[in-house]
Design a protein around this ligand. Sequence first.
Ligand code: MG
Length: 397
Amino acid sequence: MKRLSILGSTGSIGKQTLELVRNYPEELSVTALAANASVDLLEAQVREFRPGLVCVYDLKASEELRVRIRDLSEITVTDGMDGLLSVAATENADMTVVSVVGMIGIRPTIAAIKAGKTIALANKETLVTAGHIIIPLLHQYGVSLYPIDSEHSAIFQSLQTLPGERDSFFAGHPSVKRILLTASGGPFFGKTKDEMEHFTVADALKHPNWSMGRKITVDSATMVNKGLEMMEARWLFGLKPEQIQVVIHPQSILHSAVEFTDGAVIGQMGTPDMRLPIEYAICYPERKERIANALDLFTVGKLDFLRPDEENFPAFALAREVLEKDCQHGNAGTTLPVVYNAANEYAVARFLAGKCGFMDIPRMIRSAVDAHTIKVAPTLTQILDAEQWTYEELKRR
Ligand code: MG
C-alpha cells in the first residue's frame, strides 16, 4: 500500500490523483490533503478518503471546514504555511504529491524531501526557481522525484530505455544528446503579435488539446509554460540550454522525446490526458491498466512538427535568454528565473482580472527581468525576496 499526501487536492492534478486512488483502493491510500480554500470540494474529499491530516491554507476557510467536519473527530485540520509543511512531511505518508500552483510549492517540497518522502512533482516553480537547492537535497536525503508534467514524464519514460536501475537522471547522462520538448503552441500559435494585442481572457482560456487550470492555460497561450518547462527540464535531466530543443507539435500526441548520441530518438506518445503521467509518477515503475483513452493512430492520421515562433512569442524567447544567463553560473542557480516566473504570475493575474492586455504579459516580464540585479546561488530567503522585489517593482510602474 502506497500512502499519499496530496498538496493541492482540489486543483486539476489533485482531483485526477484522487481519481487514481479511487481506481486502486488496494494499492493506494490518502494520508493527508491540503488545499487553498475550496471548502465544499475538500469536505467531500475528506469524507470519501478519510485522511488523518488536512490543511486548508486560507485561515477562514479552515475554520469553516473544522465546523463542517465536527463529526469526524479523528481528523486534524491545520492551516497556513505551517499546516502545509506538516501535510508535506506527515509521518504516515510514503509519497508527497506536490500539485499546488506557484512558488508556494518550494518550502513544502523541501520539507517533504527532508522527511524522506518520495516526491511526485507537478509544481513547476519549485525546480524553476530553486532547482539548485532541490537537486542537491534529493541526493543528500536519497529521495526520488518523479515528474508529473506530461513532457517531463515523457522524457523520463524515454530515459528508461537506458541500462541500469537509475530512477533519476539529474546529473545528465552521457548517452543523451538532447531532448525534444514538444509544445502544442497554445491557442494562438500562428497569430502575430499585432493580432494578439486584442485577445481577451476568453480567447486565451480556449486550449485546443489539454484541459487545465486557468493560470497554466494563459501560460500556454503566451508559451511561458514552455519557457518554464525548459528551465525545469534543465534541472531534472542535467541538461545544457543547447540540449533542449522545443518543437511545436499541434496534435499533442508525442509528449516529448530524447535524442541519443547514436541518433536514435525515443519518445512517448499517447492521447493528451494528464492521467497517464500522474499514474506513471505515482505508480513508477509499474504500468497500470489504461485509464486514459487509447491512442488510435488511424484517427490521428498525421503528426506535424514546426519550429517555435520566437518573434511573435517574446516571453518564450526571453525564457531561453534567462535560462542561458542562469546557466552561465553553472549549477549555482540565480534569481533570474525567480523574477521571470514572479513577473509572469503578476502579469497573468492582472490579465485574468481584465486589468491589462495579453501582450502586456511579455512586456511586464521583460521589464522586470531587465531591471533586476542578479544574485548567484540564492538562499531560499533570497529567492522569496526576489519574488517580492518583482511584485513591488511591477506594482510601482
Ligand atoms: Mg506540460
